[in-house]
Write a protein that binds this ligand. Structure first.
Ligand SMILES: NC(=O)c1ccc[n+]([C@@H]2O[C@H](COP(=O)([O-])OP(=O)(O)OC[C@H]3O[C@@H](n4cnc5c(N)ncnc54)[C@H](OP(=O)(O)O)[C@@H]3O)[C@@H](O)[C@H]2O)c1
Length: 264
């Protein structure tokens, strides 16, 4: 994992699940890291659990507060003097039927999962262009490639990321800035507990799919390898990954299957 040694990473969604364990894995591999999410006390806990807490900068951030992005990006840049890897990972999920979901819940999912992500990418991009190097790592989902019942707005927000970042990757072809989109299957995190229901309240339940998925530590170990290889798009998960290939190669069959599967 020499790729990460002395690199500066910035990880959003760093207080739980995938983001938290990516922080530990990158810190173990010798990276210096800015860690962001809303809960400052949880950021302190994650900082203290890293091998060299003095290499971890706490940057509390709500990704829906887009107007704060230029200022916080400058803070990270001024502290480390470089930003090599931006991990755009903060996100929330959904557990509700489209017909019952209030429009402000759809908007909230887009605000966190799409505008919060591309907004921070745009704020950090000038620094990566200045240094003529960098990597954006985007946590999408299997739902960024297919849509299933109970995930309409979540799937929409993740699909949108692919459109934006595929375009950005092409625009950056001469700037030595990579774009890596990671699509997780089920991972055992807080995602289903924090997922929004039709009225915006939290689901508050661990879905069986997540309960039986990779641990976030296992997931982070796999993600580290694809980040180091600067891959463009990868799928990490169990048999749920098959949905992506089924839709791509046998779309009519997928349209049938998606009405029959139990989505938890
Ligand atoms: N777990 C899975 O099975 C799975 C599958 C596919 C994709 N994903 C994606 O993986 C990413 C990480 O999710 P996870 O599974 O690790 O879930 P998680 O355990 O719920 O962690 C979500 C993280 O996002 C942060 N966050 C949420 N809203 C935020 C906001 N408005 N501003 C800043 N930070 C915010 C949370 O921190 P605070 O509450 O402290 O702000 C937390 O650190 C998400 O993008 C998710 O869509 C997960």
């Amino acid at each position: 994992m020499s790729y990460f040694k002395n690199k500066v990473a910035w990880v959003t969604g760093a207080t739980s699940g995938i983001g938290e364990h990516l922080v530990y894995a990158m810190a173990q591999a010798g990276a210096k890291i800015a860690i962001s999410s809303r809960r400052a006390s949880e950021l302190e806990r994650v900082q203290a659990a890293c091998p060299k807490p003095e290499d971890i900068l706490i940057i509390p951030l709500d990704v829906t507060q887009i107007e704060t992005f230029p200022q916080v990006s400058e803070k990270v840049w001024n502290h480390f003097g470089q930003i090599d890897i931006l991990v755009l990972n903060a996100g929330i999920s959904q557990r509700s039927l489209a017909k019952e979901t209030q429009i402000d819940v759809d908007q909230r999912l887009m605000a966190v999962n799409y505008f919060g992500v591309i907004g921070l990418a745009k704020a950090v991009l000038p620094y990566m262009l200045k240094q003529q190097s960098g990597q954006m790592v985007v946590t999408s989902s299997v739902m960024g490639k297919v849509g299933t019942p109970m995930r309409s707005a979540y799937a929409a927000s993740k699909h949108a990321l692919h459109g934006f970042f595929d375009s950005l990757r092409a625009e950056l072809k001469n700037d030595n800035i990579a774009v890596t989109i990671i699509c997780p299957g089920y991972v055992r995190t807080e995602i289903s507990i924090n997922a929004l229901t039709s009225d915006g309240s939290k689901h508050k339940k661990m879905s069986p799919g997540n309960a039986n998925g990779y641990t976030p530590k296992e997931f982070a170990a796999k993600a580290m390898k694809v980040i180091a290889k600067r891959k463009e798009e990868v799928y990490i998960g169990g048999k749920e990954i098959m949905a992506i290939y089924l839709k791509r190669y046998l779309p009519r069959l997928w349209s049938y299957v998606v009405t029959r599967i139990q989505v938890t």
